[in-house]
Structures are given as C-alpha cells and as structure tokens.
Design a protein around this ligand. Sequence first.
Ligand SMILES: [Zn+2]
Length: 138
Amino acid sequence: MPEYSGPIPVPTPETRPFWDAAKRRELSLPRCRACGTLHYFPRGVCPGCLSSDLAWERVSGRGTLHTFTIVHRGQKGFPVPTPYVLAIVELAEGPRMMTTLVNVEPERVRIGMPVAVLFRDVSDTIALPLFEPAASAS
Ligand SMILES: [Zn+2]
C-alpha cells in the first residue's frame, strides 16, 4: 500500500455503499428512483426532489475536468504533500465530483481534458477515487 498521510474517510450509513464499491475498484453513485437524478455526494435524500428512495448504480468512471486549482500550501489538518491538483470532474453521467487529479504535471492540466478514475488504497478498508488524464472521454 503506498504511503498516505492524509485523513482517512469514515463511512456513514449514507456513504458506505460508495466506499465499498471504491474498494472493489468501482465508482458507484446513488440514483433517485422517484425522479431519476444521479447525484454526488452520497446523502440520505435526493437533491432534486428530496425522496429517500435511492438505488446505487455503477458509473463509467470517465469524465472531463470541469475546473481545478493547484494547491501549493496544504490546509491545516490535511497533511498531504504539495503541490497537488484539486479538481472538479464532470462525470460522463453528469454529476460533478471534487477529487484529486494525479499522474499529470500540474502545468499540463487543462479544463476540459478527458479524465478517468483510478483507486488508491489508503487503509485496509478505504480506497480513494482519484482521477488521471485519459486518452478520450468516450
Ligand atoms: Zn429525486
């Protein structure tokens, strides 16, 4: 397991399926059975209609870089090495995820670039979904 110094997410009843899927190398998001909205982050009710009738759905893990910033000075209490690329990825299925973009030189990062998910184990039970440049968004 690669060295990781940052905080380890603690699953809640609402986020447990997300983390269990990530450990299996799958990106899974809740979809509302009432209105069809697929959403991130996982929560107990649909952000579109407030229904609690949600079902988990595996998504492609592909998308495009919506926006980003390069963090040079880490936040207190978030002890990960800098610089790193803090990104918002728009998934092919629509929802946007805040994540970290890896395996790219910060000066090569461009809004709109195709990206794909990868998973980094940070504990025996948690794998973080990160993103890296992809050949195409298809
Ligand atoms: Zn809904």
